[in-house]
Design a protein around this ligand. Structure first.
Ligand SMILES: NC(=O)c1ccc[n+]([C@@H]2O[C@H](COP(=O)([O-])OP(=O)(O)OC[C@H]3O[C@@H](n4cnc5c(N)ncnc54)[C@H](O)[C@@H]3O)[C@@H](O)[C@H]2O)c1
Length: 257
């Protein structure tokens, strides 16, 4: 990836942890200057030391429109523009709130859609003007296998993640048809070994029911999703827009889409 992102500026959300953190590192190591945004920024110094390139971790609550505008303004002022948005911030559950359709509360339903889906709309709306100005843009959203198939225990999450796949097609269509130099895609991860899937070491172990569903027989690493994100962010993917790229060890090979 060395030099692939030279001269590029990226915003990565959910950057403090998991897939977001690995994506920030992949882009920075390829030469991008990276603004990492997250609700949790307690590890900002360590984050910066591990980045492997130029960048910073700053507060960004992705449900807050003003915070998005602020982050885009920082990209312009500090680094001179914006070319890449990787939107990884997301949440799979709200503690103690069930999501089964017969009991799901409006609170958890709205929260799941606000964090996972509405945030993408806010982000896309905020970055399009800056990317048009920069003359090149790539937006990558993070959907989920949960968005391709039914799972009662994550109905609200699944709904939001399914809508992401539809939304990126719409963005791709508008930007393409308008002649704006912006591509928009999603990755669709399967089970990935991050804090979201439980304590490292337990998730993906021999008693984890997920593992038996994965043709490759294991959880993915955040770096494996980051590699797909970096590809979509790069000019190597210049003819790909509106796509949802599975990064799931083959699980979706058995899912009707
Ligand atoms: N881990 C998996 O198996 C898996 C599978 C499919 C999809 N995903 C998706 O991948 C993305 C990244 O998840 P991860 O596995 O790296 O989890 P993670 O828990 O390691 O990271 C998620 C990050 O998002 C941040 N975040 C949460 N709400 C936020 C908000 N309102 N504003 C800003 N930041 C916020 C958290 O602080 C955290 O740093 C999520 O969208 C998730 O739904 C993960």
């Amino acid at each position: 990836m060395t030099g692939l992102f030279a001269g590029k500026v990226a915003i990565v959300t959910g950057a403090a942890s998991g897939i977001g953190r690995a994506s920030a590192q992949a882009l920075a190591r390829g030469g991008a200057r990276v603004i990492g945004g997250d609700r949790a920024t307690g590890t900002a110094n360590e984050w910066r030391a591990d980045l492997g390139g130029e960048g910073l971790l700053r507060p960004l609550d992705v449900t807050d429109n003003a915070a998005w505008l602020d982050a885009v303004a920082e990209a312009r002022v500090r680094f001179g523009g914006l070319h890449i948005l990787v939107h990884c911030a997301g949440a799979v559950r709200l503690a103690k709130h069930p999501q089964e359709p017969d009991v799901v509360s409006e609170t958890v339903w709205r929260h799941m859609h606000a964090v996972n889906l509405d945030s993408l709309m806010l982000g896309v709306r905020a970055v399009i003007p800056a990317m048009r100005e920069a003359g090149r843009g790539s937006i990558i959203a993070v959907s989920s296998l949960a968005g391709l198939r039914g799972r009662a225990s994550s109905s609200a999450y699944a709904s939001a993640k399914a809508a992401i796949l539809q939304y990126v097609k719409t963005v791709a269509k508008q930007t393409g048809e308008q002649g704006w130099p912006i591509r928009c895609n999603a990755v669709v991860p399967g089970p990935i070994n991050t804090p979201m899937m439980g304590s490292p070491g337990l998730a993906g172990g021999p008693h984890d029911p997920w593992v038996g569903e994965v043709p490759l027989g294991r959880y993915g690493a955040p770096e494996e999703v980051a590699a797909a994100i970096a590809f979509l962010a790069s000019d190597e993917a210049s003819y790909i827009t509106g796509a949802g790229l599975p990064v799931d060890g083959g699980v979706s090979a058995a899912v009707a889409t």
